[in-house]
Design a protein. Sequence first.
Length: 457
Amino acid sequence: MAGSNVTALFRASTAHSPSYFTLSRASGGASGEITDFCIPCNPYFPTPAMFDELGGRLREILTYYPSSADTITAELCQVLGLNPQTVAMGNGSTELITWIDHLLVKESLAVPVPTFGRWTDQPMETGKRVDMLLLPEAHGFGLDPASFVQFVRTRGSRAAVICNPNNPDGGYLPKQQLLALLDSLQDLDLIVVDESFLEFADAESDPSVAAEAVLRTNVIVLRSLGKNFGLHGVRFGYLVSNPSLAGKVRAALPKWNLNSFAETVVFMLKEHRQEYAESLLQARRDRQEMTYRLSQLPGLTVYPSQGNFLYVRLPEGVDGSVLRDRLLAEHGVLVRECSNKIGSSSRFLRLVVRPQQDVLRLLSAMEQVLYGQRTQAPEPPPQPLAPMLAQLPGPMPAAQPQPQAQRLALAQQPVSARGLARGQDRPTPMEPASALSGGTGGYTSGTAAVDRLIGQA
């Protein structure tokens, strides 16, 4: 892989990471060798059989015009149980964000940060004032509804955006708290609840506020299909609101703004509901296990997430952009470093939830780059590089046996929550826990060579 060419693309990038195709060209077509923890996509859907069906229909999909957006929207609404008058479909959620800004955001917009970059960049590009509330790291980047309402009142914002779960940290606001927040801001021109990643949440059985949005005059719920269905390249998403707001957006959209791939997938959905539900269930299980495994790395803070990604704070002294470049160049592992997100810094990565075998590759790569340990003997780089951290922490005290429920609760908490609450910049050591595969107490990485080194330190 032409690692220097690829990493240069990330250094030149501003708001977003380079696309897969840009990376492929820069790497001489070797992008298939990359394990991607950057793009938040469902790895289990569509199924191989669905991809085979799409491949078999490729000629007709590419040859013929799609149906009108109204036809495709009507089919989606039938599958999802929605009223077509309350829905507008777009060529990706970003198209809908653009039209929402042009049509409905008048002068100012309040948004907690860090968050999805288009919610800050798009209004600024059209001359709106963007009021940004910094989410507190000391509270795990959680949004406090009362603080947000007070912020909106103090700044005089006329529109507001809440991403639930939030991107990049995966923070989640329970449904009843979110509805109370909407009621508190019912005098605003517009409130957008971006639920692009909500399908991956499992905190509640019915977390969406889409049904309540249609009863309010100033609320839009935004949903993504590409992220949920694992098809970013298809570019489709939709919004749900009262008929007046939805109709205003629909009237502004081009008649053929949805492509034939989007139409084909939408008309396949009703036959594959079970596979889709199973894919979400597996992604949630993967998130729980990935959270636990990452939490075992010394000095790493993993924040609770309800998305299909994890927001992690790197050990003190580690620059995320350097770590990103080395993981890619030395191990073919691509991660999202977050210094170009407003409200974040190079101390943070967003890591997409992936299957277990990919996570083990990520862990091995991070252990080698951060702590200088190799689980196997790959070919050395042309010039051996020093580990980013001089040495692993000293031995940790033995753990007391914990019941399963307690271990899972531990995995869902920020690893260094106590130190953050005290205002310390350096993460405190995590609570000792056993590896998923069992074993004795104390830190275990899942890698025997690393465990032996820690035991001898």
